[in-house]
Write a protein that binds this ligand. Sequence first.
Ligand code: URA
Length: 431
Amino acid sequence: MNAPEIIRKKRDNLSLNENEIKFMIEGYVKDNIPDYQMSAFLMASFINNLNDSEILCLTKAMIESGDVYDFSDIEGIKVDKHSTGGVGDKVSIPLAPILASLGFFVPMVSGRGLGHTGGTLDKLESIKGFNVNLTKEKFRETLIKNKVAMGGQTETFVPADKKLYALRDVTGTVESIPLITASIMSKKLAEGIDSLFLDVKTGSGAFMKSIESAKELADRMFELGEMMGKKMAYVISDMSQPLGDYAGNGCEIFESVSILKGETRNYASKLVKETALMIMRQNYVGKSDEERENKYRSAIDSGKAYEKFLDIVRFQGGDEKSLRIKDLMYEKKYEIKSERDGYLFEFDTYKIGIALIYMNAGRFRKEDAIDHKAGIKIEKHLNEHVMKGEPIFSVYADKDNDDVGILLKESFKISQEKGDETKLIKVSRGA
Ligand code: URA
């Protein structure tokens, strides 16, 4: 077996067997296959797609590239939620402590920003001292003692995905249903969970722009997870505008805290709540929707969920005193205003994500450093009425950057008519 032969086979749209896929993945992780051959392999897989059996083999080969966590000795339901990524999507941050305060264990291995989308790890690192680099042992200890462990991939946890993810990011091979399926599911299946909830995004800020492609991705992941013995559920949710009021890193921690304290009512808090309720239903917690709703309300109103968040911060080395707004975000630098009266008709959310990268809230290159205090407040949402001169965005930054202003100005349309109503949750399965 050799790499050029396997690449040629995929280029010619022939299907690969388990050994060929294993050969590519093992070889790449061991540095026997260089980036240029793996890039060609990824592009051939992107263009010609992988069938279900190839996706299963790829996922298994990726899982086998490192450690698999096993928490079966821990009594209790181990759950996780994973989003395919978007702009302003902070849901995992308030959700993890809420789920723990409802009695679940939450082993959550998250990622960094990918392309124009933000990442949970970058957001958590806005909290001074917060450590996401948990070894296998530390991750387990954290989960047992605190019910939640929020970490990142390590050199030994699905190392194949760590390398492939970085390569896909810079070779135009991110938006592929088979590659995203294997990437997400390899990490989630190695995480030691009983049950997985997927939030597949669709719209201008998502990798899957159409609802059809989002559904295809969601069904692929759902079926793969069930085949591997996990209790699966998903939603397809809206990413045609940034989720909630803030997009960036520190500012999303600020918004997450406010959701945990029950102080924010917007699409982000709504998605957090709906997801928690669906995860309860998926795992037969609570006898009725009313009982689940009461449990959720009491987790927020009693302050238990927020206390749990503070436990997570302390436990993972973070400084709870650095959760004040001035620690998490810069002062407002300027506003992007509407030039006419009308309704907010459309966002190009992808452009907002790119503007955030120009503010260093995301990365163009792997090695770029994140400016955690830079971010944007979304002052108006889809279908809201806007007057000439009213702000659409507030920009929180310490320096000016022309690209940011240009991109944000281009990222919305004001119309005399209202657009279609945005439905936050478009489809659900399994919950
Ligand atoms: N999130 C992942 O973990 N992997 C992808 O490929 C895309 C989003």
